[in-house]
Design a protein around this ligand. Structure first.
Ligand code: UDP
Ligand code: MG
Length: 322
């Protein structure tokens, strides 16, 4: 029988884990597949870990990996993908915002030959107007400047065939925007639209700061266009200054006058100073990322879980994956 892995990053989800586990069990048990439920605990500080241990003891299909610290949703997801053994891997959030009832549809499309089944959020119930509007605007901007198309409303609720998961494991960049990476990988991809319900319980674990970092990663990982702003700005400024220079010559030699204007000079200095600092800042963002990537540090560190008891593989293979 084919094995399906369900990978779930969790961070302080004590109020959701049991309910989520039961929902998955109810959906998966009637299906003609075996399954493993791989929880990746992303450094929870509530009782999530003890709940996961209890579930592991009570159901051997549950396996959990504990990360050494909070590494963020995208890296927790990456860890789960690295150690999922299934013929197909489904990744989803543990707060019921990714409805488990969609899993049979995923599997049907997978059996039809799609290597990736990707969901698109039509709407999220109970999400503020501001979050919706900024998200729409962000995807518009991203698509304008990015080299690969990125689906608005794309979510990290998807199925990937073993082949696509193996390919994905070879992408080891730190700053990751998984939906963009998977979209750019190719393969036969099926898109399914769904309405995300509100969280079952608890609050969102994405602080505005995490959201912003994620958004900036998306832009800088998929486009070098911001680097050109300096070039374009320079060309425009050069042209404007040339016209101004002609104006000064005209006033001096044709009108026999001098151009007054310390205010203009000060304005220009401040404008170009600001402009240059912005461009330096953009350069800094890219260089900072190069610095992070060249260190080639492990993406995440595991405190307990799958790799240790993996058949025949010692710590060296863990290092290679992590
Ligand atoms: N999550 C995580 N690490 C984090 C933040 C979130 O593993 O640093 C998990 C979280 O437990 C949940 C999923 O990622 O299972 C999605 O997070 P959340 O529901 O808070 O995001 P939202 O749905 O509000 O975008
Ligand atoms: Mg959520």
């Amino acid at each position: 029988m084919k094995l399906i892995s369900i990978v779930v990053p969790v961070y302080n989800e004590e109020v959701n884990i049991r309910h989520f586990y039961e929902a998955i069990r109810d959906v998966m048990e009637p299906l003609p597949y075996t399954f493993e439920l791989v929880f990746v605990d992303d450094g929870s500080t509530d009782s999530s870990r003890s709940i996961l241990r209890e579930l592991e003891a009570q159901d051997e299909r549950v396996q959990s990996i504990f990360l050494a610290k909070n590494s963020g949703h995208q890296l927790a997801l990456t860890c789960g993908l690295d150690y999922a053994d299934g013929d197909a891997v489904i990744m989803m959030d543990g707060d019921m915002q990714h409805p488990p009832e969609l899993i049979p549809t995923f599997l049907a499309e997978w059996e039809n030959g799609y290597e990736v089944v990707q969901t698109i959020r039509a709407t999220t119930e109970g999400v503020s107007f501001i979050k919706k509007a900024t998200s729409n605007l962000y995807y518009k901007l991203l698509n304008m400047i990015s080299t690969v198309p990125i689906q608005p409303g794309g979510s990290d609720f998807r199925l990937m065939d073993r082949v696509a998961v193996r390919a994905f494991r070879r992408y080891r960049e730190h700053a990751r925007f998984i939906r963009g990476m998977v979209g750019a990988m190719g393969y036969r991809q099926k898109k399914i639209t769904f309405v995300a319900p509100p969280r079952y319980a608890g609050v969102s674990k994405f602080s505005p700061k995490k959201m912003l970092n994620f958004a900036v990663d998306g832009i800088l990982a998929y486009s070098t266009l911001p680097l050109r702003f300096g070039l374009y700005g320079g060309v425009i400024c050069g042209f404007v200054s040339f016209c101004l220079f002609l104006h000064v010559l005209f006033v001096k030699y044709v009108e026999n006058d001098a151009v007054p204007g310390w205010a203009t000079i000060l304005g220009c200095i401040l404008f170009f100073g600001g402009f240059q600092l912005i461009i330096l800042g953009i350069l800094g963002e890219y260089i900072g990322r190069i610095f992070e990537e060249t260190k080639a540090r492990p993406l995440y560190l595991i405190a307990r879980g799958k790799p240790k008891d993996e058949a025949g593989n010692g710590p060296s293979s863990v290092g290679a994956r992590g």
